[in-house]
Design a protein around this ligand. Structure first.
Ligand code: ADE
Ligand code: ZN
Length: 338
């Protein structure tokens, strides 16, 4: 029998909740700062890592927006995404649905085109060079107003072939999904896939709104759904996938101890859960680290790990054929691991 690390590594996987700006490792941050003549408020890579102590989501977001200020040119966005995709390949991730935050860049004077073209070119090269397939989901920053999101959607529609969906992220408390009702309706009308962060710090009512007002097809995080039995019933009945991010939840103190992470209870209640890294450069782990962490903390079985991996494919936007191929490969890995 293969040990659990080997099994996790060999299983082909999806990553459905990764903010590409959250994959910016301090080493690349310094390299880009040098290239763009930007002064960082840290003297070393170690000093950056020491600053990554967060009391909550907002603490993290303040540092995350500061970190992304080194991203200026199309090549910077290319380097960011290509570096992440290489790292994903090392974890045997085959399919990535990558969030990006254009308003975090356009507000600093970076052209929307530089962001999307850099990320897209990295995705094309990674697909050709090492077979990781990826697509882009553009997130609206929910601490900004809907008019700003509308302008951002206008920009995105000129790049419709390069973006598969829209999402909603940033400071959750006080910024309910219903604030973005009109812009999400317009995104849906344009044929874009829609998802939203909900129930990370915000209440169950935000998850209801994401479903009923925004018409989302996945929920990003969704932890606090467990506080509402009717909501849990709805999510289970509709097989609505939750993109859960265990190490993120630990580092942002959404949970105080991974042994009390809600993933186990979500599975027991029949929810479709997936495991993802969120912002791996900030939270100390890529996707395999997240699988390993919940395996240990929640005493999951190998079968439960495999079920979560399968959920990732089922919840993805992959074609039916690619999905069937991945499931067949999972079976081969399991046969070899006996
Ligand atoms: N942006 C990047 N990571 C995020 C998270 N975990 N929640 C909300 N917004 C984010
Ligand atoms: Zn997130």
């Amino acid at each position: 029998m293969q040990n659990i690390d080997t099994l996790i590594k060999r299983l082909p996987k999806c990553e459905l909740h990764i903010h590409i700006e959250g994959s910016l490792e301090p080493e690349l941050m310094f390299a880009l700062a040098r290239r763009n003549n930007i002064r960082l408020p840290y003297e070393s890579v170690d000093a950056v890592r020491r600053a990554y102590r967060f009391r909550n989501l907002q603490d993290f977001l303040d540092i995350y927006y500061q970190g992304m200020s080194v991203l200026i040119t199309e090549q910077d966005f290319y380097d960011l995404a290509f570096t992440y995709l290489q790292r994903a390949r090392a974890d045997n991730v085959r399919h990535v649905e990558m969030f990006f935050d254009p308003q975090g860049h356009t507000a600093r004077g970076v052209a929307f085109a530089a962001v999307v073209n850099g990320l897209s070119r990295a995705i094309a090269d990674a697909g050709r060079e090492f077979g990781v397939e990826a697509s882009l989901i553009m997130c609206f920053l929910r601490h900004l107003d809907e008019a700003d999101a509308e302008k951002t959607l206008d920009s995105a529609l000129a790049f419709r072939d390069k973006i598969v969906g829209v999402g909603l992220d940033s400071s959750e408390a006080g910024n309910p999904p219903s604030k973005f009702k009109h812009v999400f309706a317009r995104a849906r009308d344009a044929g874009l896939f829609v998802t939203a962060h909900a129930g990370e710090e915000g209440p169950p009512s935000y998850v209801w709104e994401a479903l009923d007002v925004l018409g989302v097809r996945r929920i990003d995080h969704g932890n606090r759904s467990l506080e509402d039995a009717a909501l849990v019933g709805r999510l289970a009945r509709e097989k609505m996938a939750l993109t859960v991010c265990p190490l993120s939840n630990l580092r942002l103190r959404v949970v105080d101890d991974l042994r009390r992470h809600p993933l186990r209870r979500m599975m027991d209640k029949g929810l479709v859960v997936t495991v993802n890294s969120d912002d791996p450069a900030y939270f100390g782990g890529y996707v395999n680290d997240n699988y390993r962490a919940v395996f240990d903390a929640l005493s999951l079985t190998r079968e439960e790990i495999v079920a979560i991996v399968r959920n990732g494919f089922a919840a993805s936007l992959m074609t039916a054929q690619a999905n069937a191929d991945a499931l067949a490969e999972i079976e081969r890995v399991l046969a070899e691991s006996k």
